[in-house]
Design a protein around this ligand. Structure first.
Ligand SMILES: Cc1cc2nc3c(=O)[nH]c(=O)nc-3n(C[C@H](O)[C@H](O)[C@H](O)COP(=O)(O)OP(=O)(O)OC[C@H]3O[C@@H](n4cnc5c(N)ncnc54)[C@H](O)[C@@H]3O)c2cc1C
Length: 482
């Protein structure tokens, strides 16, 4: 283990479980409010299976928009959180840059190209239009672009882009360098980073009073912040099994870090709209001829640190076809796997739990790195007893936020399934698209009959409910108690 000296701490004012982007930014915000507070962050240094270390870390706000984003008031509020978070990044990078690993720039791109190519389905076209509509509504800078002018963009001709826009104010950071800079800053400020895992949250008379590490070592704390990403739900159950918290599922994602050996390197983020149950295909420049390519999303029952062969195939094949044929010659340095915390209703869970002294921050799905500095401000405000900027919509004790009807959800599921069908190049001459769509609608109807649910849920969670019996049971248990 890293530093035995760190493990010797036996008490802290605030103890944060989890050393991903959320835990580290929370520690920084809390320390800035009261520098004399004793703060400790517990988490394994390798962050195995954590989402933040695997992220492409696009500072994506408008590039993440889908037809669903601004359809409801709740969706608009969630999007508003992203818009506010975006405004914090210039200052965040300026503050952290002096702690960056030597020679590395934390900001790796300052703009994003969204390409509409021939590979996807009409879902891509709808989401592409939704991005433009949102940019116009929020009066953000964007322009149409000629895909041939994007440095590095060299897709196979049959995957060429028919539409392209440039988001002038949406770039990306180096996810791993930002984590490292944050750690360095926290250490410099006297925050204890404990390279270990928490086995359980200790409670006394119903109040959280500290944690026990895997080797039995205990650390007392008057406030415990649970920010262990997709592991948070399991850890909460060590404190109480009586809280019927909305379920969170790991969205296992795969990205790769690779060195370019041929052709021009990208100098902007280039991505497709979000599609097929997850985020779009994207490349994020990393400097020095290195590129991040991402990413897949597969909702699984338990946090995992493995990769599906079909996900490796997806990422390599479609990067070469849709982004740059020269990617075939990339040298892969790391396959990055991480579990995104996905909530049942798709909204984050941030706030006090019914156990005094215990605070939760998780459920950020695919844009949690981008939101982390704002979420950290919220945590610091609420721990000081003030209302935070995120509002009640993120309260962990809320009931599920309903943003779609069952019929809308069935249609969405069918469209995502058919988009995946086309993207992976499935083929069946005998079965026209309409028949396939009807097949997927039928399948979704059957899941709803099974779940006896009167409102709609997101397509990824629906897919999971169908594909994993344990997952479906997990959802049913929550619904029957709710
Ligand atoms: C492939 C991929 C690409 C992504 N791309 C983007 C993107 O472009 N932009 C964006 O904004 N977001 C992106 N995300 C989503 C983003 O990474 C997450 O929303 C966010 O990082 C979640 O942060 P977190 O701190 O809550 O969780 P995590 O990063 O998972 O951190 C939780 C930490 O808790 C630790 N932990 C677990 N169990 C314990 C325990 N028992 N004791 C102590 N510590 C424990 C883990 O080791 C981990 O380090 C992506 C995610 C993935 C997987």
């Amino acid at each position: 283990m890293q530093a035995d000296a760190d493990r010797r701490i036996t008490e802290a004012d605030i103890l944060i479980i989890g050393n991903g982007a959320l835990g580290l930014f929370a520690a920084e915000a809390l320390a800035s409010r009261a520098p004399t507070r004793k703060i400790a962050v517990v988490g394994p240094a390798d962050r195995e299976a954590g989402a933040s270390q695997a992220a492409g870390a696009m500072l994506g706000c408008f590039g993440e928009v889908t037809t669903d984003t601004l359809r409801t008031d709740a969706g608009r509020q969630r999007f508003g959180i992203g818009v506010e978070a975006h405004k914090l990044w210039d200052k965040t990078i300026a503050r952290l840059q002096e702690f960056a690993p030597s020679g590395s720039s934390l900001k790796v791109s300052s703009d994003t190209y969204v390409v509409l190519n021939s590979i996807g389905h009409v879902l891509d076209s709808h989401n592409f239009k939704a991005i433009i509509a949102a940019l116009n509504e929020y009066q953000q800078p964007w322009s149409e672009a000629d895909p041939d002018t994007i440095v590095g963009f060299n897709p196979r001709p049959d995957c060429r882009a028919f539409g392209c826009i440039r988001l002038h104010d949406e770039g990306a950071i180096d996810a791993r360098a930002v984590l490292s800079a944050l750690e360095k800053k926290l250490k410099y400020e006297g925050i204890h980073l404990v390279d270990h895992s928490v086995r359980k949250i200790i409670t006394q008379q119903g109040t959280a009073t500290g944690v026990e590490l895997q080797d039995g070592w205990t650390i007392e704390a008057s406030t415990v912040v649970l920010a262990a990403g997709a592991q948070s739900e399991a850890l909460l159950s060590t404190a109480s099994t009586d809280i019927n918290l909305m379920p969170t599922f790991p969205g296992l994602g795969l990205g790769m870090l690779a060195r370019r050996s041929r052709g021009s390197a990208f100098d902007s983020v280039v991505r497709t709209p979000n599609r097929g149950f997850g985020c779009g295909l994207h490349v994020v420049p990393q400097g020095n001829n290195r590129e991040y390519l991402g990413s897949t999303n597969r909702v699984v029952h338990q946090v995992m640190n493995v990769s599906w062969l079909e996900d490796l195939r997806y990422l390599s094949k479609y990067s070469m076809q849709q982004l740059d044929e020269n990617i075939a010659h990339h040298q892969v340095e790391h396959w990055l796997r991480g579990n995104r915390p996905i909530t049942f209703d798709g909204f984050p869970l941030v706030g006090w739990l019914p156990i005094p002294g215990l605070y939760l921050m998780t459920g950020t799905f695919r844009d949690g790195y981008h939101g982390a500095p704002l979420l950290a401000t919220h945590v610091a405000d609420e721990i000081e007893g003030k209302p935070g900027p995120l509002g009640a919509i993120v309260k962990p004790t809320r009931s599920a936020i309903v943003t779609r009807t069952v019929d809308e959800s069935i249609e969405e599921y069918a469209q995502h399934s058919i988009a995946t069908w086309y993207e992976v190049g499935s083929d069946s001459c005998e079965m026209p698209t309409r028949t396939l769509e009807e097949f997927y609608r039928d399948r979704a109807r059957r899941i709803y009959d099974e779940l006896e649910l009167g409102y709609g849920i997101g397509p990824d969670v629906l897919w999971y409910a169908f594909g994993d019996q344990a997952g479906a049971q997990h959802i049913r248990t929550y619904l029957s108690a709710a």
